[in-house]
Design a protein around this ligand. Structure first.
Ligand SMILES: Nc1ncnc2c1ncn2[C@@H]1O[C@H](COP(=O)(O)OP(=O)(O)O)[C@@H](O)[C@H]1O
Ligand SMILES: [Mg+2]
Length: 186
């Protein structure tokens, strides 16, 4: 793990919603492979409104076995899910969090999120998928993988930065996604 400037980074140009969903699905498959029952993983998503954060998370959750449509939490900041990823005999706990409406950092404490942080001895493992992660201003620590989405002409750009070995493995799997509208760039 390095500092912010030295964290390895990869980027993609994504030309369609279906391409973004394919990246999200790969992210979900990677999570099912690397997530443990004790370890907690955080994926932090940033990028302006409409950049594709929720679309990407939708692909992720659907690859993990969720069948319902995915929308951002609108009442409160959190959607909790218990999914059964393919090949898992137990459920994976996932929190889909959207910090767009976060007004004070103390709201994070009220949500009990610090207990959900990686390395916490309390509670089972799980995955936090956090939109507008930067709004937490470090209160959630570093994510395992930071995902920065942006508008491009045409399509979207997706940049990922890895901050842990689990994050690296997820990024590696994103790099081998084969979809006509997903182009990896150095
Ligand atoms: N190439 C693309 N990739 C992702 N989304 C796209 C693309 N082109 C158009 N869109 C549209 O952009 C919007 C992304 O919305 P959403 O995922 O909710 O963004 P966010 O959660 O970042 O606000 C969707 O309406 C989607 O249909
Ligand atoms: Mg969203």
């Amino acid at each position: 793990m390095g500092g912010r400037r030295s964290a390895p980074e990869a980027s993609f140009r994504v030309g369609s919603v279906s391409g973004l969903v394919a990246l999200g699905r790969a992210m979900g498959e990677a999570l099912a492979a690397v997530a443990g029952l004790r370890e907690k993983l955080i994926l932090g998503f940033d990028g302006e409104l409409g950049a594709g954060k929720t679309t990407l998370i939708g692909g992720t959750l659907h690859a993990l076995g969720l069948e319902a449509p995915v929308t951002s939490p609108t009442y409160g900041l959190v959607h909790p899910y218990a999914v059964r990823p393919p090949g898992w005999e137990v459920t994976m706990e996932i929190l889909h969090i959207d910090l767009y409406r976060l007004q004070q950092l103390s709201e994070l404490d009220e949500l009990g999120l610090p207990e959900e942080l990686p390395g916490s001895p309390a509670g089972p493992g799980g995955v936090l998928l956090v939109e507008w992660f930067a709004n937490a201003r470090g209160r959630l620590g570093k994510p395992d993988l930071a995902i920065l989405l942006g508008h491009a002409n045409p399509g979207r750009t997706v940049r990922v930065r890895e901050y842990s070995s689990s994050g690296s493995e997820i990024a590696r799997r994103l790099g081998i996604v084969s979809h006509p509208d997903v182009v990896a760039r150095i």
